[in-house]
Design a protein around this ligand. Structure first.
Ligand SMILES: [Zn+2]
Length: 333
């Protein structure tokens, strides 16, 4: 039981770690990305590691590379190694300069929008797409994670898949997040709230995908990225990028949540826009406390300043200039 056999995307998942056959080149590419992150004010990230069970982070720390905070996620294919190492969600991962933490088990339960593999209900209630697991398989994977102290990040792009994933969380008692949740059946919102599952959403996908959603999810646009409705119902949103699928730029992600398009184009389903302050709150993971080494960024203007409309607010967010970035009390940019 693994996503490789079940999922259309399985072929490239297996290939991706081998694309750069020179591991140093891969490390170099990552260094570049880390520097870009600090320049954007990113102090930490969630890395769903595909290549080996803890990825390159310990090696980078050993080489003296200044790291951001990293929450290391694993896939079912390397879950056993993590369990064997005795790592539970939230544990400090050794040899990581205190910046690496064990994250979640990532389970990919359906496909994606453009490959027509997302598990969706069409306007007539018929279900399409590719489900990587049966409900029983999904539930037992989640149970295994829970029994070993791991939270679960379950990928569900389509609404029908989201329903299956909620069934699994209910049956397994696992905690964690739903990843992506691009299409949400509104009748499921109370269940998301009751289960206390944060939705980890990548708003820039809306900018990339709204035309595809209009074409492929005809008549369902009202339920795509319904951020306003989710927040109003009490769902916790965690905004992110899904890099490298979308740019690793939180300001762009926030702008997309605020205007639901690029600033030069009309908002797509504007009734589901959220405010800059809401988008900002959903993008911050760390807290500042007296006596603790802080993650702090300095900006040369307030990106949350009131603006006449969402397009201008989005433009302001995308124009954010970071003057300095501190990670765990150390200046990194
Ligand atoms: Zn995913």
């Amino acid at each position: 039981m693994s996503f490789d056999s079940a999922c259309t995307e399985g072929d490239w998942f297996a290939l991706m770690p081998r694309v750069a056959d020179d591991p140093l080149a891969l490390a170099d590419a990552r260094l570049c990305r880390i520097r870009e992150m600090f320049a954007l004010g990113v102090v930490g990230l969630v890395d769903m590691v595909m290549d080996d069970h803890l990825g390159p982070w310990q090696a980078l720390a050993a080489a003296g590379v200044a790291l951001p905070r990293v929450q290391i996620g694993v896939f079912p294919s390397t879950l056993d190694e993590v369990i064997e190492a005795g790592l539970r969600t939230g544990d400090e991962v050794p040899d990581g300069a205190g910046l690496l933490r064990m994250g979640s088990l990532k389970i990919i339960a359906d496909g994606s929008l453009s490959s027509l593999t997302a598990g969706v209900r069409d306007a007539h209630g018929e279900v399409h797409g590719h489900f990587a697991y049966s409900l029983d398989e999904l539930t037992s994977l989640q149970v295994r994670a829970r029994e070993h102290g791991l939270t679960v990040a379950t990928h569900a792009i389509g609404d029908a898949c989201l329903s299956q994933v909620l069934d699994a969380y209910e049956a397994s008692g696992a905690t964690g997040t739903v990843e992506h949740a691009q299409l949400v059946d509104r009748t499921e919102i109370p269940r998301i709230v009751r289960l206390g599952l944060p939705l980890s959403v990548q708003p820039w996908h809306l900018v990339d995908d709204w035309r595809a959603m209009d074409a492929l999810w005809a008549g369902r646009g009202d339920d795509a990225f319904p951020l306003r409705s989710l927040l109003d119902a009490g769902v916790t949103l965690r905004l992110g990028s899904d890099a490298p699928v979308a740019p690793l730029d939180p300001w762009r992600a926030m702008a997309a949540a605020v205007h639901r398009n690029t600033p030069d184009v009309a908002s797509w389903h504007p009734e589901e826009r959220i405010t800059a302050a809401e988008a900002f709150r959903a993008s911050v993971r760390t807290r500042v406390a007296v006596g603790q080494p802080a993650d702090v960024i300095l900006l040369d203007a307030n990106p949350l300043d009131a603006q006449p409309d969402s397009a201008t607010t989005a433009r302001q967010l995308m124009g954010t200039n970071v003057s300095a970035t501190y990670v765990a009390g150390t200046r990194r940019y």
